[in-house]
Design a protein around this ligand. Structure first.
Ligand code: SF4
Length: 454
């Protein structure tokens, strides 16, 4: 498995694409700023959203039981899954019991996290993702590279090629309107012929046992309303206590994600219609462990808006696939090591710790602090790698002694001036994407000694 540095190097090989990716995501970030600035109460909304989530997470067992009781009373079947394997098995069991082997699915990062599509494919079940972006990456046989904009890494010409190959559009056709119309015809046939639909869950309300799914395309509604069996897959952290809390999150979600005042469809599902089955799978998959890690508990407040990704200078320039996990970007780099410290040890280091992610997060998660804390946990656990451990020890030794620091600075300047290739060579990973500065004539300390007022 390649690490973040190796994967981002591949993405970085195409410089115009990196620039375009960077500018596109920054444009979304600016839309978010404009939308947030239209609400004078923005900071109060963030504060309220964060506090409600904090309260919910502190009483999660009670709210989960309340939700289960109310959902069952509404005629919904509730299932509990300890991990991804159990989640996949439950979904398969429900489909197998109904003899269903072709389904539609609306965008759900949880099913990506659980690798549901390949699991169902192995069992002979055909899954069609109905969110347009998800369908595009599915046709390209790739995972989503962003939690809200799954195919943001693809240009319209590439999408045109894919549609030509799979959906029979004209060669060279790249007009988004024409391509969208072709996707609509293609997907409509799937909606009308599939008997089961899987959706994600954006918010679940303990007080009423209902859940809310937000989409811009209405694809979750189409799938769920036309199917005989609706399966909603939900991480246990998606709960909020009461319906009156919902508006706070709906106002924050769309503005933070795409700069829209509200998502086009915020659909409430409460009970199955006559003759329909409705199931909810409540999935833990490491969330209880994260809840028990006091320093990282806040990460469970995430409402998956993607704002931290759009602003992150590392994500924007390295692409979502370089994170080798279902959820890319800053929040993904906090959630992934919780699942497997060894496999994802590189991700918390893929950050400048600039704090831009924490500044935009609508639920006020201390993202960059948590990334910094993960680094400490990983280094103590021996997951940071021997080279990093040694270099940190050397830095610690140098920085804690003024004499050693001064000597090292002098030596560094001498090397840069007289034998620069010792530093500027391909073996030094820091040099790969950087221009080495010219060595200054003197250190700041020396300059200060000479120029300070006596
Ligand atoms: S961590 Fe915050 S900014 Fe990032 S996706 Fe989650 S809610 Fe949005």
């Amino acid at each position: 498995m390649k690490n973040h540095a190796q994967l981002s190097q591949e993405f970085n090989a195409n410089e115009p694409r990196v620039n375009w990716h960077d500018e596109t995501l920054w444009w979304v970030r600016q839309k978010r700023d404009k939308a947030a600035n239209t609400l004078p109460e923005w900071e109060q909304l963030r504060e309220a959203a964060s506090s409600i989530k904090y309260h919910t997470l502190s009483n999660l067992n009670d709210y989960l039981q309340q939700f289960e009781a109310n959902a069952e009373q509404n005629g919904v079947t509730v299932h509990w899954a300890a991990d991804a394997k159990e989640h996949n098995e439950i979904v398969h069991r429900i489909l197998a019991a109904e003899g269903v082997n072709r389904i539609v699915k609306s965008k759900s990062m949880l099913t990506e996290e659980c690798h549901l599509n390949p699991y169902l494919a192995e069992k002979g079940i055909d899954v069609i993702d109905t969110d347009l972006g998800e369908r595009i990456v599915q046709l390209a046989d790739e995972p989503p590279s962003h939690i809200v904009l799954p195919c943001i890494h693809k240009k319209k010409e590439e999408i045109g090629e894919l549609f030509h190959e799979h959906l029979g559009t004209a060669k060279g056709e790249a007009d988004p309107q024409v391509l969208t119309a072709a996707a609509r015809v293609h997907l409509r046939e799937k909606f009308l012929t599939r008997r089961a639909a899987i959706t994600g869950v954006n918010f679940a309300i303990a007080e009423t046992g209902e859940f809310v799914v937000c989409t811009n395309e209405g694809n979750a509604d189409m799938g769920a309303h036309l199917a005989d069996v609706h399966i909603a897959c939900m991480g246990i952290e998606k709960l909020i206590p009461q319906r009156r809390h919902l508006s706070i999150y709906l106002r924050l979600l769309a503005r933070s994600a795409t700069g829209q005042p509200v998502t086009t469809y915020s659909s409430h599902f409460r009970r199955p219609r006559a003759g329909q089955q409705m199931h909810i799978v409540l999935v833990d998959n490491g969330r209880s462990t994260q809840l028990g890690r006091e320093e990282f508990r806040n990460s469970l407040k995430c409402i998956r808006c993607g704002a931290c990704m759009n602003t992150c200078p590392v994500y924007r320039r390295s692409g979502g696939h370089s994170y080798h996990t279902a959820i890319a970007g800053p929040i993904g780099a906090i959630l992934a090591p919780n699942l497997d410290m060894k496999q994802y040890a590189d991700l918390p280091f893929a950050s400048t710790l600039c704090g831009s992610c924490s500044n935009v997060c609508p639920v006020k998660i201390d993202i960059h602090d948590q990334l910094y804390k993960w680094r400490q946990v990983l280094m103590k656990d021996g997951q940071g790698g021997a080279a990093k451990g040694l270099s940190m020890k050397a830095m610690n030794f140098t920085l804690s002694s003024p004499g050693v620091y001064r000597t090292a600075g002098k030596a560094g300047r001498w090397f840069l001036r007289n034998v620069p290739f010792v530093v500027n060579n391909p073996l030094n990973p820091w040099y790969k994407q950087r221009d080495m500065p010219e060595a200054p004539k003197q250190s700041f300390g020396e300059w200060y000694q000479q120029n300070r007022k006596k």
